[in-house]
Design a protein around this ligand. Structure first.
Ligand code: LLP
Length: 420
């Protein structure tokens, strides 16, 4: 469910025609719906309310825009962060430090200090080595870092290889069969309070079975740890629940996910932590673009060149991902086209042989479900600058991230004297 719907033949974000945003801000531009973000946060939290003790940390890598984070903060969500930059954003959005979880396979020394000094709620350790380093930093300051150990359960998430994280060959977590021994060693260190296990097997999962398989392994590990006399009060089950990118696709609902979690974690007696990203913000955003021209070279399928490109929305180029593409003011006519951006490589292709609304130069269209891993994965390749972001709330709207022009990027560059 989302608030991007046609009214009188014009695609609206909530009560605002997208034509108005294109006119005021130009294209390409990301447009987010506050009501959709809020609804998804509420549906997710409501579904999980069948569980005894729950902590939800929005995976802010999915959409770190400060206005989006503020919506999450208002819903009582904490944050899952993976860098000092994300930590600063979560704090700037008003998320209490205690509700912040620091994940990530390469936390740097200075980032661990920042997290400790801010007083964040939990570090998810990705290795024994990282645990030793964090313990030393914390002990030297007379602090204690609450930690979970991230395990790699060697489970196939059955999603795209580039976003699978729970197979033995992936870089994440410690092998689950070595986890109990590592946990016990880390629990002895001054500076660390080992309190739980974390697991995240991948993103855009379209079935619940891989989660179940992973959680069963975590349950067995928790039991083993307790037999060893270790304390386990928290289990962080990560994110990963997928969303439909194609109209009509079916995905497990938050309710079905919560029911599966309830049965998989029965008797664990821990606070269950979650790190949802995409399921909260994915279809709360679109990338609004304008057709530059339709190029009909021969009697082959035409190329529809739009002003958005792979630097603005990387997912199709990176993962072969599908994003529905719809006209803002459809005429009712249809056409088949290859939808491409202006960047000088063939990978800058959003869709091949796509049956779509018939469009001509100057027409507006959207790539849907662009609210997660959209703007945040942008680059300035081909010196194209960064696309602005707009949030709509009813018939109100605001630019929540300015367009960054190529000149602002090159202004940060220098030609050294010795090249004169
Ligand atoms: N927790 C951890 C430790 C993660 O690594 C991630 C995502 C999440 C939570 C949130 O997962 P979600 O609920 O959003 O599936 N750029 C890719 C997705 C990369 C996901 C990275 N980790 C894409 O565009 O599909």
């Amino acid at each position: 469910m989302n608030h991007f719907e046609y009214r009188d033949g014009v695609l609206h974000a909530e009560d605002l025609p997208l034509t108005a945003i294109a006119e005021a801000v130009g294209t390409p531009v990301y447009v987010y719906s506050r009501a959709t973000l809020e609804r998804h946060a509420q549906v997710f939290a409501q579904a999980l309310s069948i569980l005894p003790k729950v902590h939800i940390a929005f995976a802010i890598k999915a959409n770190p825009n400060l206005a989006v984070l503020r919506v999450m903060q208002r819903e009582g969500f904490g944050a899952d962060v993976v860098s000092g930059g994300e930590l600063a954003r979560a704090l700037a959005a008003g998320m209490p430090a205690a509700d912040i979880v620091f994940s990530g396979v390469g936390k740097q020394h200075h980032e661990m200090i920042d997290g400790l000094v801010a007083g964040i709620g939990q570090f998810n350790l990705e290795s024994e080595e990282e645990g030793f380093e964090l313990a030393a930093i914390a002990a030297a300051r007379g602090l204690t870092a609450a930690c979970a150990l991230r395990v790699n359960p060697d489970v196939d998430a059955r999603t795209h290889a580039k976003i699978s994280t729970g197979k033995a060959e992936n870089k994440f977590g410690v092998p689950i069969d070595r986890a109990a021994a590592i946990y016990a060693r880390l629990a002895e260190l001054p500076g660390l309070d080992m309190r739980g296990i974390a697991v995240h097997i991948g993103s855009q999962l379209n079935s619940l079975e891989p989660f179940e398989e992973a959680f069963a392994k975590v349950g067995a590990l928790i039991a083993e740890l307790r037999v060893m006399g270790q304390s386990v009060t928290h289990a962080d089950l990560g994110g990963g629940l997928g969303v439909p990118y194609k109209a009509g696709e079916e995905f497990p609902t938050p309710e079905a996910y919560a029911a599966m979690v309830a049965s998989a974690t029965k008797g664990w007696d821990v606070t269950l932590m979650f790190e949802p990203g995409r399921v909260i913000c994915g279809n709360a955003g679109v990338l609004l673009t304008r057709v530059v021209r339709v190029k009909r070279s021969s009697n082959q399928v035409p190329f529809m060149v739009v002003d958005a490109a792979m630097n603005d929305l990387a997912r199709p180029a990176m993962y072969g991902a599908w994003h529905d593409f719809d006209a803002v003011q459809p005429s009712g006519q249809r056409m088949t086209a290859h939808i491409v951006g202006p960047i000088c490589e063939t990978g800058d292709t959003f869709a091949m042989d796509r049956e779509t609304d018939a469009l001509v130069a100057g027409d507006l269209a959207v790539f849907r479900t662009a609210g997660a891993y959209g703007a945040t994965m942008a680059s300035s390749y081909n010196s194209r600058g960064f696309v602005p972001e707009v949030m709509v709330d009813g018939d109100k709207w605001a630019v929540v991230a300015d367009r960054i022009l190529p000149a602002a990027i090159s202004a940060a560059e220098r030609v050294p004297d010795w090249l004169d």
